[in-house]
Design a protein around this ligand. Sequence first.
Ligand code: ADP
Ligand code: ADP
Length: 229
Amino acid sequence: RLRIDFEGVSFSYDRDGQGVQDISFTLSQAECVALVGPSGAGKSTIGNLLLGFLAPQSGSIRINGVDLQDLDEAEWLRRVSWVPQKPTLFYGTVGDNIRLGAPEASEQAVHAAAAQAQADGFIARLVLDYETMLGDSGQGLSGGEIRRIALARAFLKDADVVILDEATGALDRPTATRVMDAVRQVASRSAVLFITHDLEAARMADRVITIERGRIVARANPREPGLRK
Ligand code: ADP
Ligand code: ADP
């Protein structure tokens, strides 16, 4: 069972101290932790630390007790699915882009993932039917549509850790709700770090951690009655 521990993690981009300070939390398999807070609070920085793109300047990030710094970077990234704040399409068709999540996946698996994503509503309305969509170049798609393809790619990968940065950004509320349902499904098997400034979306997380000016200022458990609505 995967367990991630942030222990007193600090990182600043420069001497002015922008970044994050003294971040401690645990994220386990089959759990969704939401990081909320205003733009510039440090949420993406925490995601980038967990990806290993940034290294803590103090404190540690441990994966089942092993320092992330001591893990093989490529091996770690193979266990992680990431949808950045501004996902982009890679060269190729929409189908190729979804397949990047799991290069070894069969043609049927890619079609099944696309069909599932369409049924879940997060690539619905992209084009009339997903068979056409998979062969499409994806040229001229909106940011919200590209995000939906990136989500299909991330969910096909079936990773140990899923890092979603503003997964519901640029999506209308009904589509966002269906994305959240899909995220809950993923969180039944993976460890999900759900970065958002969408407080409504954060309510489906198991735990919510509020970040302000680089620090944790509140922790809540929205699914436990009495603590928070
Ligand atoms: P957010 O909505 O999270 O505030 P931004 O638009 O500020 O996002 O940041 C977008 C990208 O630019 C991110 O990848 C972030 O790491 C980077 N970025 C943000 N602030 C700075 C900065 N002061 N200098 C360089 N890059 C930055
Ligand atoms: P959030 O994701 O909560 O919007 P970020 O983690 O993107 O916040 O940013 C946290 C702080 O670090 C902000 O002050 C931002 O401007 C700064 N920052 C982010 N990325 C960079 C960067 N690449 N270089 C310098 N400063 C950055």
